[in-house]
Design a protein around this ligand. Sequence first.
Ligand SMILES: *Cc1c(COP(=O)(O)O)cnc(C)c1O
Length: 226
Amino acid sequence: MSIRENLERIKEKIRVKSELVGRDPQEITLVAVTKTVEADRIEEAIAAGVNIIGESRIQEAKEKYRKVESRIIWHLVGHLQRNKAKDAVKIFDLIHSVDSAELAKEIDKQAKKIGKIQKILVEANVSGEESKYGLNPEGVITFLQEVSGLPNIKVEGLMTMAPLYENPEDCRPCFRKLRELIEEVKAKNIKNVEMTYLSMGMSNDFEVAIEEGSNMVRIGRAIFGL
Ligand SMILES: *Cc1c(COP(=O)(O)O)cnc(C)c1O
């Protein structure tokens, strides 16, 4: 199937699933994850209606940033090392993977240098898996209290990666926990912190994520067929 057909199919699934749970499909943002995808296929996806692309590695994103000519919004979905923050703020509209105060401070510093307010999400590890990046739920609250005063970052929500289960149904508790965490954060009314985006759901589990309240899905394989 072509990228266009895959994209149509996913949008249809998003529409059907959101309507099934009484949500407006328009409120769900699709990020097409383009890691390992070449620039010409990214252009093809853009022509087929993709508005936002998600990259995973800075080096790869930097190369493609030069090659992709169409105007498009870039998101960073993969882990960010502190020493790459300088490059990240130049490319990405939203960084999904901020998981330490040290990293947030470095992003703030680099964003300040280029006169930008960098939008970020906090990566939470709600599954308790040791190998995953991300802060545990208590860590998220502490993190937000620590970074909310930084003038050149803007926290706009939370992101999580569910463990890779064969049955997407197994991801549900994890997605539910992230949504509960968002409610908990909102109730704390931390200044300068917005909880607009709940970034969760990938190719294999985005429908479950939508049922659990996701409004930003990150989909790679199901679009590009890798
Ligand atoms: C690769 C990746 C995705 C997309 O995963 P698919 O299974 O290809 O849909 C989403 N989020 C992150 C953080 C990723 O690294």
